[in-house]
Write a protein that binds this ligand. Structure first.
Ligand code: ADP
Length: 372
């Protein structure tokens, strides 16, 4: 088992910079997720760790040993990629056992030992009954669990998992997530897990990183990423419904400072919130900044709830089984409030009072397009 460390790693495909000066450290036994949109560079990172793609610059270490020049085999990592790569003419059993039979393997197993190991792993992932089938007889979700079993069968330095459960239905997703989590604790092996689904990353990881165009926007615990997003990109990427991002101006009026959205509302700022706004204005050098607030922190009521709340008409209400999402329209964008209540007294076009919980407001420099 290894600690995996990347130091100032960059990767170019021709002239295209896919990974830009990336560093991170994945401790033994840590579940580390990399989350980001398609094309951000997630798979490229895994391929460089596995030795399938050379780095353009920088170093990769396993337990303080530089592995840049080592072949994939010498690195001894286990991989499960989204594409199945199963051998179609082999049974599920033989596919899973394949890594145990690789020529030159130090650990030679008897057939009985091999069967025990394969059955154990297949049982772990709930596919023991499929061992005699061929890949063509499996659903997408079953194939994915065969790939995972094949990755897990060997003792290895670290697991590299690229969207390993993307094709599973919701029920199987939960059981496979639980199996992966148990696996990481049971074996104490470092896991690097790549996904476009921030929910998986938040739920599974000890540490996670949000990747954007080959650079980490933020790295931290799931709690840090969710509750203290460092940028508007992170706030927007992590959350369902997404974090509200509202563009406005910091304005002074009769000794009071407010966040003003022209033609819509003005929200008074004081105490720590004012300090946060000032810090963002200072950093960006302009008064035009972006306010972030999660929909669950936006309160909506027919009554005036506080001195700072403001009136707005409801644009739309969507009632889901466990929450109600209310959308408000601004000149250039929308923002939302979500509540666990059904809010049956509210209807479309009602004029309501809206309040932001000041403790949960962020201010950002504008780095992404949020126009409707
Ligand atoms: P992700 O896994 O986040 O979707 P990738 O690592 O696959 O992202 O790709 C990152 C960027 O590098 C993308 O712009 C992609 O088009 C480019 N890329 C990936 N693999 C290659 C390759 N073999 N040759 C050229 N460009 C590539």
């Amino acid at each position: 088992m290894a600690e995996v460390r990347l130091v100032n790693v960059s990767k170019k495909y021709g002239h295209k910079l896919a990974i830009n000066d990336l560093s991170f450290d994945n401790k033994e036994g840590d579940f580390f997720s990399i989350v980001g949109p398609a094309g951000a560079g997630k798979s490229t990172i895994l391929k460089m760790v596995a030795g399938l793609e050379p780095v353009t610059s920088g170093e990769i270490y396993f337990n303080n040993t530089l592995v840049n020049e080592l072949s994939p085999k010498e690195r001894n990592v286990a991989m499960a990629f989204e594409t199945y790569n199963l051998y179609s003419h082999f049974s599920v059993y033989d596919n899973i056992a394949f890594p145990l039979r690789a020529p030159g393997r130090r650990e030679k197993l008897t057939p009985a030992e091999e069967r025990k190991r394969v059955e154990e792993v297949a049982d772990f992932l709930g596919i023991k009954r499929l061992l005699d089938r061929k890949p063509v007889q499996l659903s997408g979700g079953e194939k994915q669990r065969v790939c995972l079993s094949r990755a897990m069968i060997r003792r290895c330095e670290c697991f590299l998992l690229d969207e390993p459960i993307a094709h599973l239905d919701a029920r199987l997703k939960f059981s496979t997530q639980a199996a992966l989590k148990r696996l990481s604790v049971k074996l104490g092996t470092a896991i690097i897990y790549v996904t476009h689904d921030y929910r998986e990353a938040l739920g599974m990881s000890d540490q996670m990183a949000v990747l954007r165009k080959g650079s980490f926007e933020q790295m931290g615990t799931p709690e840090e990423i969710y509750n203290h997003p460092a940028t508007d990109f992170v706030a927007n990427f992590v959350g369902d419904p997404p974090c509200n991002l509202i563009d406005g101006r910091i304005v002074g009026d009769n000794g009071r400072t407010s966040f003003k959205v022209d033609g819509a509302f003005s929200f008074p700022l004081g105490g720590e919130l004012l300090e946060k706004a000032d810090a963002t204005v200072k950093k960006t050098g302009v008064n035009d900044i972006r306010l972030g607030i999660r929909p669950a922190r936006v309160a909506v009521s027919k009554e005036k709830i506080s001195d700072r709340c403001f009136p707005l008409p409801i644009y739309a209400i969507v009632r889901r089984p466990q929450s109600t999402v209310i959308t408000f329209e601004l000149e250039k964008s929308f923002f939302r409030a979500s509540s666990e209540e059904a809010l049956l007294d509210l209807e479309m076009s009602d004029q309501v009072w809206v309040d932001f919980n000041p403790e949960h407001i962020f201010f950002f420099q504008k780095t992404i397009d949020i126009s409707k």
